[in-house]
Ligand binder design. Sequence first.
Ligand code: GLN
Length: 229
Amino acid sequence: MEETFTLNVCHLYGNLLNTYGDNGNLLVLNYFAKKNNIQFNTEIVSIHEPFQPEKYDFIFFGGGQDFEQLIVSKDIQTKKEALINYIENDGPFLAICGGYQLLGHYYMGANGEKIQGIGALDHYTESQVNNRFIGDVTIHNETFNETYTGFENHNGVTFIGPSEKPLGTVQTGFGNNGQDKTEGAIYKNTYCSYFHGPILAKNPHLAIRLLNVMLQHKYQQQAPTLSLD
Ligand code: GLN
């Protein structure tokens, strides 16, 4: 069958923030796209490179260590306005862990350094003293009635703002901060989570959900609806 749908993907700082194999998320999306005859093109946009929002139907932003996050936090200020426009225009986005933290106001690194975010989303991240949240985590999203599982490994404790909804309610594990039972964030078509694993490999129903968000946003009435079967 001929391919009639194409999704162009920006892998934001994919050469710097990919410590936990988060780019597996793009492999999973590519797998389901191909199965449905959808062309899935990805390119890395990194430091000193312009980010042109009109070129992309999806942005993926992975996690990493404080050292790389600090480098990215400086460069991302040059892309801040374009990224905020993309998000405000309902552009589909998935941000994991370090990427999630950088979309918010700031992240306090484990050594007390303040790592500036872009404030596109209304969360902020503090650090824990001599502790990391490490382990398996399960959450439930009531709106979608879906359960997601993953693995978390973070020092940061994130508090989401009033304009954000959590990706889910924590059933086991720590989630955003170990206190309020929230995990991740959803704002417009931007999805955030602390889950590695990668999240979409462990949760193919979320991968299909995101592909449908991308197709809807780009093709509107013409968009096909994908399902897991
Ligand atoms: N360096 C950040 C933290 O420890 C993010 C880690 C990650 O992306 N897994 O909180």
